[in-house]
Write a protein that binds this ligand. Structure first.
Ligand code: NAD
Length: 489
C-alpha cells in the first residue's frame, strides 16, 4: 500500500499513527494516511505562529508573496494529471471532472497572487490639528483551514490563496476521507519556496485533529467547509479563543423552471446541477421546482437522460458518473430515499445500486416526485445523486417553495422572461442565483450562502479582507510640546 506523509514546519513526515484509505470504486484499502492527533496539530500551529513573526516570511513584500503564489499555480498546473489521478483514486470522483477542476484551481492562486500587492490602506482626513491618521492593513495571523472530502484541492485553494496573499500562515486539515491529493499537493507548496511553517498540511479525524485545531489558542481565523452540525462544534470549539469564522456549509438548492424556459438547455443544466460529481456537491441543484404545465415534458426528458448517464469506473475518461465517496454516504442516501417514499414520494427513476456495479459505492442517478413540500427528500441534504421534484402553480408559489428551507447556498432560475428573472432573483434567499445556467464558478465571484449555508464568502476580491485586519495609526506632526493633559482639545 502506498503511504502518504504529512507536512509540518517545512518537513515531510510519516504519521505516528495511520489509517487506511479506501478506494471507493473497489472498496479496498489502497493507501496509508497519517492520522494527526492533538500533538501534531500543536506542532503545526506553533510552527505557523513562529513563521508569522519570522522575517523569512514577514520580510517578503506583498509583491514577492504574490510571486510565490504564481509559482505554486505553475507547479499545480504541471501536476494536474498526477493530482487528478490521486483524487479520482481516493474519492471516486471521475477523472474527467478532477482533471478539469484541478486545472482551473491554478487560476485561484493566480488571482489572489495578483491581488496581494493591491490591498492599499487608507489615509483619513482627520478632524484634529497637527495630526495625520491612516489605516493600514495587516495579515490576521494563523489560519486554521478545514475541508470536507469533495473537491479538497479546490476548497483548500479558496482558503490558502487569499490567506497567503494577505500574509497569513496556514494549518490546513484535509478530510479523513480522500486526503491523498491534498497531502500530495504539499510537495508543491514546498517546491514553490514558502518558508517552513507558513503552510502545514495534515489530516486526521474531526473529534481529535479537527477539534484540537479549531480550539487552539494561537489560531486567529478559522475557514471551514463542511456540514452544519460540524460547524456548530467549531463555533463552540473556537468560543474561548474568539477566532474569526468563515463557514461554508451545506445546501438544498432550488432550481425553478417556468413554462417559457428553453427545455433542451434547462434539461442539460439540471442534469449537470444534480448528477455532476455524483451529486456530492454543496451547490447541487437538488430541488427541482417546475411549473405544473411544463412538469410532464421536463420529467420525461430528465428521466430519459438520467437513465442513459454512463456509469463506470472513475478512472476511465468516458465515464460520466462514478461511485460515491464512502459507504456511509450511500447508507445515508438509501435511508433518506426510504423515508421519503414512506412519506408519499414517487420514484421516477433510479433508487438502486446499478446492476453490474455491486462492488464499489455506486448508486443510480435518482429522481423522486413529491406533492408535499414537507417530504424529507425536499428538506434534508442528500449530498448525493438524488433530484427531488415539486410542481408549482405560479410565480409566488415558486418563490415561497424555493425559500422554504433553512439553507440558502445556491439557486437556479430558468425563464426567457427577463423581467421575471429580475423579480424572482431579487426574492430568492440564496447566496448565488444562476439565471438560465447552473454551476458556474470563478475566482472573481464571491461564493457562499445565507442561513444554515454559512457565514462569509469565499472567492472574489473581498475574500482577501477576511485574512486581514486594520490598524489605525495616529501620528502627531507638531514639534510644539503637548499641552496640559487635563484640558480637552
Ligand atoms: P463534515 O462536516 O463531516 O467534515 C468536514 C471536515 O470537518 C472534515 O475535515 C472533518 O474531519 C472535520 N471535522 C469533523 N468534526 C469536526 C470537529 N468536531 N471539529 C473540527 N473539525 C471537524 O462534512 P463532510 O461530510 O466531509 O462534507 C459534506 C458537507 O460539506 C455537506 O454538508 C456539504 O454541503 C458541505 N460542503 C459545503 C461546501 C460549500 O462551499 N458551501 C462545499 C463542499 C461541501
Amino acid at each position: 500500500m502506498r503511504e502518504f506523509e504529512q507536512y509540518i514546519d517545512g518537513r515531510f513526515e510519516k504519521g505516528q499513527a495511520t489509517f487506511e484509505s479506501i478506494d471507493p470504486a473497489t472498496q479496498k484499502p489502497w493507501a496509508l494516511m497519517p492520522r494527526a492527533g492533538a500533538q501534531d496539530v500543536d506542532r503545526a500551529v506553533r510552527a505557523a505562529w513562529r513563521a508569522f513573526a519570522d522575517p523569512q516570511w514577514t520580510g517578503l513584500t506583498a509583491t514577492q508573496r504574490g510571486k510565490l503564489l504564481f509559482r505554486l499555480a505553475d507547479l499545480l498546473e504541471q501536476a494536474v494529471p498526477d493530482l487528478a489521478e490521486l483524487e479520482t483514486r481516493d474519492t471516486g470522483k471521475i477523472i474527467r471532472e478532477t482533471r478539469a477542476q484541478i486545472a482551473y484551481i491554478a487560476e485561484y492562486y493566480r488571482y489572489y497572487g495578483g491581488l496581494a500587492d493591491k490591498m492599499d490602506g487608507r489615509y483619513v482626513a482627520i478632524d484634529k490639528a497637527d495630526t495625520e491618521a491612516y489605516q493600514q492593513r495587516e495579515p490576521i495571523g494563523v489560519v486554521a483551514a478545514i475541508v470536507p472530502w469533495n473537491s479538497q484541492l479546490f476548497l483548500a485553494a479558496v482558503k490558502l490563496a487569499p490567506a497567503l496573499a494577505a500574509g497569513c500562515t496556514v494549518v490546513l486539515k484535509a478530510s479523513e476521507d480522500g486526503p491523498a491529493p491534498l497531502l500530495a499537493f504539499a510537495r508543491f507548496v514546498h517546491e514553490a519556496g514558502f518558508p517552513p511553517g507558513v503552510v502545514s498540511i495534515l489530516t486526521g479525524f474531526g473529534e481529535d485533529c479537527g477539534k484540537a485545531l479549531t480550539s487552539h489558542p494561537l489560531v486567529s481565523r478559522i475557514a471551514f467547509t463542511g456540514g452544519p452540525e460540524t460547524a456548530r462544534h467549531i463555533v463552540r470549539n473556537s468560543a474561548d479563543n474568539l477566532a474569526y469564522l468563515t463557514l461554508e456549509l451545506g445546501g438544498k438548492s432550488p432550481v425553478v423552471v417556468f413554462p417559457d424556459a428553453d427545455l433542451d438547455s434547462t434539461v442539460n443544466a439540471i442534469i449537470s446541477g444534480i448528477f455532476a460529481a455524483t451529486g456530492q456537491s454543496c451547490v447541487a441543484g437538488s430541488r427541482l421546482l417546475a411549473h405544473r404545465d411544463i412538469l410532464p415534458a421536463l420529467l420525461d426528458r430528465l428521466s430519459e437522460r438520467a437513465k442513459t448517464i454512463r456509469i463506470g469506473p472513475p478512472d476511465v475518461m468516458q465515464t460520466e458518473f462514478g461511485p460515491l465517496a464512502t459507504d456511509r454516504q450511500r447508507r445515508h442516501i438509501v435511508d433518506l430515499i426510504a423515508r421519503s417514499l414512506a412519506a408519499g414520494a414517487t420514484l421516477v427513476t433510479g433508487g438502486q445500486v446499478p446492476p453490474g456495479f455491486e462492488t464499489g459505492f455506486y448508486f443510480e442517478p435518482t429522481i423522486l416526485l413529491c406533492d408535499d413540500p414537507q417530504t424529507p427528500c425536499l428538506r434534508e441534504e442528500f449530498f448525493g445523486p438524488v433530484l427531488s421534484v415539486l410542481p408549482f402553480e405560479d410565480e409566488a408559489d415558486a418563490i415561497a417553495n424555493a425559500n422554504d428551507t433553512p439553507f440558502g447556498l445556491a439557486s437556479g432560475l430558468f425563464t426567457r422572461d427577463l423581467a421575471r428573472a429580475k423579480r424572482v432573483t431579487a426574492r430568492l434567499r440564496a447566496g448565488i442565483v444562476w439565471v438560465n445556467t447552473y454551476r458556474m464558478i470563478s475566482p472573481l465571484m464571491p461564493f457562499g450562502g445565507f442561513g444554515l449555508s454559512g457565514l462569509g464568502r469565499e472567492g472574489g476580491s473581498e475574500a482577501i479582507l477576511d485574512y486581514m485586519r486594520t490598524k489605525s495609526v495616529w501620528v502627531r506632526t507638531s514639534d510644539e510640546p503637548i499641552a496640559d493633559p487635563f484640558v480637552m482639545r
